[in-house]
Design a protein around this ligand. Sequence first.
Ligand code: ATP
Ligand code: MG
Length: 899
Amino acid sequence: MDTAEIRRRFVAHFEAAGHTVVPSASLLADDPNLLFVPAGMVPFKPFFLGQETPPYTRATSIQKCVRTPDIEDVGKTTRHGTFFEMCGNFSFGDYFKEGAIELAWELLTKPVEDGGYGLDESRLYPSVLVGDDEAIGYWMKATGLPRERIVQLGNKENYWSMGVPGPGGPCSEILYDRGPEWGPDFDVATLGPDMPFELEDRLLEIWNLVFMQDELSAVRSKEDFDISGSLPKKNIDTGMGLDRVALLLQGKQNMYEIDVVYPVIAKAEELTGKRYGDDAQDDVRFRVVADHVRSSMMLIGDGVTPGNDGRGYVLRRLLRRAVRSMRLLGCEDRVLPELMPVSRDRMGETYDNLVSDWPRISQVAFAEEDAFRKTLQAGTQIFDQAAGEVRSGGSTVLPGDRAFALHDTFGFPIDLTLEMASEAGLTVDEAGFRALMVEQRERAKADARAKKGSHSDTGVYRGILDDFGPTEWLAYETLQTESRPLALLREGIAVATLAPGEIGELVLDRTPFYAESGGQVADAGVIDFDGGQLEVLDVQRPIKGLVVHQVRVVDGELGAGGAKALLHARVDPEWRIGARQAHSGTHVVHAALREVLGPRALQSGSYNRPGYLRLDFGWTTGLSPEQVRDIEQVSNNALRADLAVGADYMTLEQAKEWGAIALFGETYDNSKVRVVEIGGPWSRELCGGTHVSHSSQIGTIVVTGEASVGSGNRRIEAFTGVEGFAYLARERDVVGQLTGLLKTQPDDLVGRVGDLVERLRQAEKEIEKGRVAQLLAGAGQLASSATRVGDVHVVAQRADGASGGDVRTLALDVRSRMSPSEPGVVVIIGGVEGKVAVVAALNDEARSRGLSANDLVRAVGALLGGKGGGKDDVAQGGGTDASRIDEALAQVLAEVARA
Ligand code: ATP
Ligand code: MG
């Protein structure tokens, strides 16, 4: 049964049972604690937590999931993908254990002719939490299986929580016995409390039913938590692995061989000339390729771009591992342009954005491969240098810190370093490398712990929200409100008063202040209270619905005159005007950008504050000065056209129909979204920011620059409003000063400066000529001051400041002035700007004694941290270590003496 059919049957089964079909959410979770959506329940979290009321009591979805912790298992187990799809059914206070068990069992075992999956009942093993007799009873009732067929597992396997206080409950996993070739025989009665590792591939977990019934007051680990009561409303959350069921129904060995994944393996076979199935290690690589190509494509599809931290880093790692695995399989060409379209063709049947957005997706992926290829090249150079040093130091072991630096700085995977080392006849101090990796991991863990600490603080805000409800937010309507203080915090702890100079957080019942979001910074302003004033430093919305002001007491003591007295909150009107100009300006520049570059140029991030804006967008090549000028011109034409700016609320569907640009990674309420438009369809974006009412109010847009901000992203910056004029005024000042200095007119300035630069260049050339002449003039004297080593005349001389060319001229000149009838050796070492240049020149007599310029330069080059070579009579080389020039000259004498 193909995956599409498995998918269709799942949805049909639950739809027939009264479930609302909910489309998959983006992989980018609307949750600061999650990098990606790892399970089908995530989009429903607000319902499970009781923060929002679900519009239905039963729902079903097939959710795209990415689990980064499973990356190391990919290809090694048969069942772990970094990307996979989770089919789920959810009940919000509706059916519970019995209903969930019946629905799952029916779909799994119903014959294929009747719309089920037709799995063999004798191979299915339900598992429950030890002692969950209720679940055991329902399983026996639903399946007719005896009690002895039901596996009882401990908390580690079969208790679910979110790792924090809140809902929790026992699980019931459905396992499928794949038979003795996948693991040892087992006895249900003695299985558990943990699932033995060697049985995990035999007893394949295909579905997990979570019975949310408990209220947890503390969670210390998966197995150590406190149940403080039962949930008023019991919920069901289930997850069936689509890819795992597909592998069973398609009779495959593992999830990388199913219909929507395998074609990539087949393509990789074609590209590498290797056969899948021939070699265990290669097979793992084939599977990694198939998995990672798909995962990275799905991530880019949802708006992730490669980067050095967070989501971007995961994507980068996946892409690089795919490319790297192909190299290990023997293919060194660009591979993604061959492999990714194959994955697109299969996944695009379900996710049509992969097809419609292909130009952008492929551009991001292919650019990252190209960047990685360059990294490989640069890393190879660094490796060669390190290897050279190791060898000239008489060792064969590459130190751990060098391997670590390659890994850390150049993103060089250790296996690559190991492989290159062995090719170069070296080994690597792996223990040293691993010790450094452990250190780094500890640092990262400490960071993560620190971060977690701040997240748990949201508990305080959650409490305030529970007590007082959401903040009445009036930023769109007014700049001033009379507000009641609801809570006052200092360093996360509730306090009654704030003294002058102190900084704290203030929650009001209503506020006119804009909280930072969508790239727009928070409003500035003041809050007056009876007897004093607060300066507003920042405004944030740490959790949905709650606006929190960070304030500093300017004077008076807040809270002293009765905690509940009214306050007067005032946004600085000048600030707000500037903020509006900058935010509307951002939309204008975005629209202009797309007009000039085409609709593929899409904003990937933005930031705006009064007077200034910047906009990042996915684009791989630099813009020409003409393009930048065009963008600025189209923007300012839009201001001059005085376009109307307005905001409308509508459903996300309507907004999309309208062609509004919904930016990835932003989260939108599932109820209504706000669309801001400028000049009707000219610019339509989903946006919660504050805006001008006519484009002319932006004043001006002065684009100041365009630059790369990491792989596949560029940034454009501009000043708006008065700041724009001020920027132009500053430039005019500079021009004024220059014309004064050069006694010329603005129009002639460029010509004058050009002339000056040219004259300067000429003058430098003259000086250079003089210097060389002087150097060469010393040649005669050098020739006559030769040292004798045996009967060889040796000139070994340093010539600081002489370039490679000069050194060569000098060496040849000195040689020509030495007597041809006696053996003569000339070695000159010069150098400019940290580069050392060596030239050796020998006459025929010296060569007939077995001396060679090439040998001398090689010996000296190794000392100077470089290399070189040439012929017997003349050779040249270079290095980087100028501190060893004298040592190198001494070496020359020693070499001649030895010969
Ligand atoms: P496992 O122990 O096999 O890693 P899990 O306990 O992590 O599975 P759940 O978190 O319960 O799995 O997820 C629900 C279902 O999603 C699983 O029963 C399985 O079918 C599927 N699933 C989980 N992780 C993956 C993965 N990395 N790749 C493919 N399917 C997965
Ligand atoms: Mg798992």
